[in-house]
Design a protein around this ligand. Structure first.
Ligand code: F6R
Length: 613
């Protein structure tokens, strides 16, 4: 995880770097640091704590350099501390490095470097990088302009693991060198200045022109130009990509937090994800995919693989795809899938969902499926992200930048896009009557308005949150697609309000977990699957009889007096209801966290982009 930024230009670098880091804090926020080139010496300022803690270091005000690199950390090797924060320098203080990723063989490299006279101050894996660069630099007898670049490349050749790195050197005060492997890094091109970042939104206010690096490419970044190299240091051309995102889309826009803003953006983000893919009088449009009836008919199954909330989006749409395409769908967490030798082959379509497109386990699981001959399809929210470059096909959600660590609008966009994909495949297959598909399309068109209806009056959800925010345990239950959304509701509560919760299939409660229900345990039930209403109600009654406080989210005509608290949502097909019933659950977690005075955008121990396994 971790976020990195860099700047080279005409302006003072430190405020630009801090500004960029603040936008990347969602990637990690236990310590931060920056290096700037002050004439021909490197100033290195670091502090434990959030990015703003850098402003408490008195020397920060003395910096005037116009070249710098910076880092916000999510600790993997070595506890959060000033010493372990990046940037790390080599012993001679000639090279300074920030790094996102993990150098897996750092211990071997540390032993090698120690034997060669190098000392280490931190417990990090990163500290081997500047020292190894120094080692190769000092061994190179050719004193030309590419010596610095060669040293970086030689060091990288020794690394096992993942890295996006930026390096500056006191001997080369006119450039920053960057490279990446399996960790994100983008370069923003400006007018006589260039920016570097782990993601696009952090530097979107400076430029809309970006270079997206491939693995093992190197770049020498100067103020007025950039030189790109392949892994063998042969010069290459790199196309510029114009990114249309509006910089204000990554700002809070008057909302108290990003999470609330993103919850309220969902009608818009779903409309944008639908885009022109659905037409009532024509088949769904996926120009990126060339799925034929023969190909889809040959499939033995579809595997949907992802992590966390993205995996829940797969669970939420499994039933829809199975029912209308008549193809078995398996949904699995990527960290398990990648290590269990799954039975998949060229007759399996493997779909990978990742908002960031950088999740290490999801990318590894995709590579595994490719090696077994599957066609791979990535669903991502970030243009040009790593997963989209690995997959055979990519389709994008258009949720806009999601900054809050807890995913909200990405989930509903993923559910929507998967539902449209299911309809598209059913149309190609001719597996179900056109009328059924037309009705589903209408439901998807109506989804943004129905979400807006829920967002228009959140008082009921807020009131219930106020009653229960001090509790220690909660349950989320449902049947069918309501079960899938219960898992997501439970995850949201855990991650932002730090309340332990379990998501359970309603019918499974009596097989064990019901033992945990006692007086006043809150049980949140989602009841939208019309064919399972009575059974779901019975399950709620079972917990109510044992003292539970019952909070029901429903669009069914049920006797409300039987429950403690009921939130009504608009009617919708059970096949896409998770994209609607999740809204009260998102708000419920949000208001509980606010009651507890927690930072909803940056919950403890979490990071937005999980680029380590
Ligand atoms: C939870 C959350 C995470 C992510 C998961 C996958 O709110 O955000 O569970 O869904 O880390 O991330 P992506 O979708 O970027 O692969």
């Amino acid at each position: 995880m971790c976020g990195i930024v860099g700047y080279i230009g005409q302006k003072k670098a430190s405020p630009i770097l801090i500004n960029g880091l603040l936008k990347l804090e969602y990637r990690g926020y236990d310590s931060a640091g920056l290096s700037t080139l002050e004439d021909t010496t490197i100033s290195n300022i670091k502090n434990k704590g959030r990015v703003n803690s850098l402003n408490e270091v008195p020397e920060i005000n003395t910096l005037t350099g116009t070249i710098g690199i910076a880092h916000t950390r999510w600790a993997t090797h070595g506890k959060p501390s000033t010493t372990n924060s990046h940037p790390h320098m080599d012993n001679s203080k000639t090279f300074s490095v920030v790094h996102n990723g993990i150098i897996e063989n750092y211990n071997d490299l540390k032993i090698f470097l120690t034997e060669n006279g190098y000392n280490f101050l931190s417990q990090t894996d990163t500290e081997v990088i500047p020292n190894l660069i120094h080692y190769y630099f000092s061994k190179d007898n050719v004193d030309d302009d590419k010596k610095f670049l060669r040293a970086v490349q030689s060091a990288c050749k020794d690394f096992k693991g993942s890295y996006a790195i930026e390096v500056i050197s006191s001997l080369y005060p006119d450039r920053i060198i960057v490279t990446r492997k399996d960790s994100p890094l983008v370069i923003g091109k400006g007018e006589n200045e260039n920016h570097i970042s782990s993601d696009i939104p952090a530097i979107l206010s400076y430029t809309k022109d970006f270079y997206l690096l491939e693995d093992n490419e190197y770049v020498e970044i100067y103020r007025d130009h950039l030189d790109f190299y392949n892994k063998d240091l042969a010069k290459i051309n790199k196309p510029i990509k114009n990114i249309e995102w509006d910089a204000t889309a990554a700002e809070k826009d008057g909302y108290e937090d990003y999470m609330l803003k993103e919850i309220y953006e969902q009608p818009k983000s779903i409309r944008e994800t639908i885009g022109s893919r659905i037409k009532l009088d024509a088949p769904c449009c996926f120009d990126e995919l060339n799925f034929t009836k023969d190909y889809l008919s040959s499939l033995n199954k579809i595997c949907i693989v992802a992590c966390g909330t993205a995996m829940h989006a797969g669970l939420a749409t499994k039933t829809l795809i199975e029912q209308i395409c008549n193809i078995p769908v398996e949904v699995e967490v990527a960290s398990e899938f990648r290590y269990r030798n799954p039975i998949i082959n060229e007759k399996t379509l493997a779909i990978y969902i990742s908002q960031s497109g950088e999740t290490a386990d999801t990318i590894a699981a995709l590579k595994l499926a490719k090696s077994k001959g599957c066609k791979t399809l990535a669903i991502s929210n970030v243009i040009g992200s790593s997963i989209t470059r690995e997959a055979d096909y990519t389709i994008y959600t258009h949720a806009g930048p999601e900054i809050a660590v807890a995913s909200t609008k990405a989930y509903t966009a993923q559910v929507t896009l998967l539902a449209i994909l299911g309809i598209y495949m059913a149309e190609v297959l001719g597996s179900v009557s056109p009328l059924i598909l037309e009705n589903l399309k209408k439901e998807i068109f109506d989804l943004p308005n129905k979400i807006q209806t829920v967002l228009n009056d959140v008082s009921g959800i807020k009131n219930f949150a106020k009653k229960v925010y001090n509790e220690k345990d909660m349950f989320f239950i449902g049947r069918g697609t309501d079960y899938a959304v219960s898992l997501e509701g439970s995850l949201k509560l855990k991650e932002i309000s730090y309340i332990h919760s379990e998501g359970y299939a309603s019918g499974e409660l009596k097989h064990g977990p019901i033992a945990l229900i006692e007086d006043n345990t809150t049980v949140v039930s989602v009841i939208t699957n019309d064919d399972l209403v009575e059974k779901s109600i019975s399950n709620v009654q079972e917990v109510a009889t044992r003292g539970a406080k019952t909070f029901v989210i429903t669009n069914q005509d049920i006797d409300k007096s039987r429950f403690d608290y009921v939130i009504e949502i608009p009617a919708i097909s059970k096949l896409i209801s998770p994209a609607l019933s999740v809204i009260p659950l998102q708000l419920f977690s949000y208001y509980i966290a606010k009651e507890k005075g927690l930072d909803v955008d940056k919950p403890r121990n979490l990071a937005k982009s999980v680029t380590v396994e």
